[in-house]
Structure formats: C-alpha cells, structure tokens
Design a protein around this ligand. Structure first.
Ligand SMILES: Nc1ncnc2c1ncn2[C@@H]1O[C@H](COP(=O)(O)OP(=O)(O)OP(=O)(O)O)[C@@H](O)[C@H]1O
Length: 266
C-alpha cells in the first residue's frame, strides 16, 4: 500500500501522508425490511435460481463446453462465493446470473423472471434497476470524482434528481469514503477505488450485487476491508451478494461457497 500520496492543491503539488482507510460505523437502527424482499421471504422462494445451466462456446468451429449443468440458488441477504481455478467457468456463470449472457441450455429465474427467455432489452432493463455490478467492464470513470461516479449510477438508473445528493452521500458514508468524495480514481488507493465501485454499484438500491474478483490485486488488509463493507451493505441495504474469488483467505465470511471445477460444482 502506498504510504504517501501526491495531492494537487490548486497549482501547488504537496505530499501528505495517506490516511489509513477507515470503515466508518454506519447506523443500522430502524431500517425497514424492503417490501419486495419481505414478499419473497414470505413466499420461501430464492432471489435467483439457476437450473441445469450449460454454456457452450464455438471456438475455431468446435464446441467448448464451459458450464456443464449448474444448479444453484441465491437466498436473499446472503453472501455467496463462487470459487475455482482460473478457467473453471466462474465469470461465465456470473455473466449468466447478471443477464449479460444466456445459457445454451437450462433456466435462470431472477426474482421469478425467466432470464433465459427474455431478450437483451428486457434483461438490460431488469439489470439497470435491480442489479449492481463490480466488474472490470463497469469500472470507474477516470475523469469523474468519487461523488460524480456514484451519482452517474443514479442517472443511469433513472432515479429522480432530487434523490441523488442524499443517496450519493449515504452510499459514500457506508463505504467509509465521505472524506475522499472529491478525489478522482487516480487519487485513491486500490482499496478506496474498489469501495467507490461498491458505492456506485449499490446506489440505485439493487436487489442483487454481482462482483467478479473484487479483492484481486488488493493486499490482505484491503481485501478484509472490502469484505467488511460487503457485510455492512448486506445488513443495511438488504442486498444479496454473489462474487467470484480465487482467494481462500476470504471464504470464511461467506454464507455459502460453491466450488467450481471444470464447469461443474463439486
Ligand atoms: N466468449 C467466449 N468465447 C469462447 N470461450 C470463452 C468465452 N468466454 C469464456 N470462454 C472460455 O471459457 C472458459 C472459462 O472462462 P471463465 O472466464 O468463465 O473462467 P474463470 O473461472 O472466471 O477464470 P478466471 O478466474 O481466470 O477469470 C475459459 O476456457 C475461457 O477461455
């Protein structure tokens, strides 16, 4: 972790010690259960179910069977991890769960919607409103501050403008970055950037947060902070989280771990 960071103050560049990232305590008292989740809990159904899913890609004229019959469920309010070696199929599955790709065979139901039957526009609409992504492809905009990056997510989701400011401030507080809200990504550490990405991904109150290797490239202390933020937002925002990881040291905070080997769970 960098101990010193260059800070641009008007035209003068000064060097100041970087503060240790602090996860600010967030008051969770009196949070109401989200009505859509209450309904789901009463029905006893999972937030998402994956049934006998297969995915085959055509590579050089030959079929490549990447997912070979996956069954899984995401229960509301859980932190679920997909673990497996590089190339085992974790990202391919996460893409299916997020409606970014479709199964060759099998079914995926998100909040009882049949993702496997919906077209791109229908899935995009569900994704924008009900899902949050911490994926490389949804990375931070480099020219926008932390505040503006989070605000962008609310613009994209069509949230009324009057709600932007309180929600952005709330999300940045939850991830412990209130004091750095005017910093651009390059002025933040890797762990801080990842916390902005989390704030951005949950700003529009998704039901499901999907994260592809969110602790990759972070040291063990920063990884622990990211996992602590995930636990906080599960409690306070009642979001469900599904993430991929290679890292065995963070598995203990998961409610459920699916171990993937060569396109199957073991
Ligand atoms: N669009 C695609 N076309 C062809 N092959 C693909 C495609 N997407 C993924 N694959 C192949 O599917 C296999 C699984 O890839 P995937 O990215 O899901 O693995 P992973 O477990 O997430 O790996 P990593 O941990 O390295 O990200 C790999 O062999 C990959 O090359």
């Amino acid at each position: 972790m960098a101990l010193w960071r260059r800070k641009q103050t008007e035209s003068v560049a000064v060097i100041e010690p970087a503060e240790e990232p602090v996860i600010e305590t967030y008051d969770v008292v009196n949070q109401d259960v989200r009505p859509e989740l209450k309904q789901l809990a009463e029905s006893g159904k999972p937030l998402l179910s994956v049934e006998s899913v297969e995915r085959t890609f055509q590579v050089g004229g030959h079929p490549l069977h990447v997912l070979k019959g996956i069954n899984m469920e995401l229960v509301p309010g859980q932190l679920v991890m997909l673990r497996g070696r590089s190339g085992s199929g974790k990202t391919t599955l996460l893409n299916m769960i997020g409606g970014l790709d479709q199964p060759t065979k099998g079914q995926i139901f998100f909040h009882e919607l049949p993702f496997h039957k919906m077209n791109d526009d229908q899935r995009t609409s569900v994704r924008r409103k009900q899902m949050g992504f911490i994926f490389q492809a949804f990375a931070l905009m480099p020219l926008l501050s932390a505040y503006e990056n989070v605000e962008l997510s609310l613009r994209m989701a069509g949230t009324p403008k009057s709600e932007w400011k309180p929600r952005v401030l709330h999300c940045l507080e939850m991830v412990g970055l209130t004091r750095r809200m005017n910093h651009r990504p390059y002025e933040l550490s890797g762990g801080e950037q990842q916390r902005v990405a989390i704030a951005k991904a949950i700003a529009h109150r998704p039901l499901l947060l999907l994260a592809d290797e969110p602790t990759a490239d972070l040291d063990s202390q920063m990884s622990a902070q990211i996992m602590s933020v995930f636990q906080t937002i599960i409690r306070t925002e009642q979001v469900t989280i599904c993430m991929t990881t290679h890292d065995p040291t963070i598995l203990e905070v998961a409610d459920h771990v699916y171990e993937m080997v060569d396109g199957r769970f073991i």
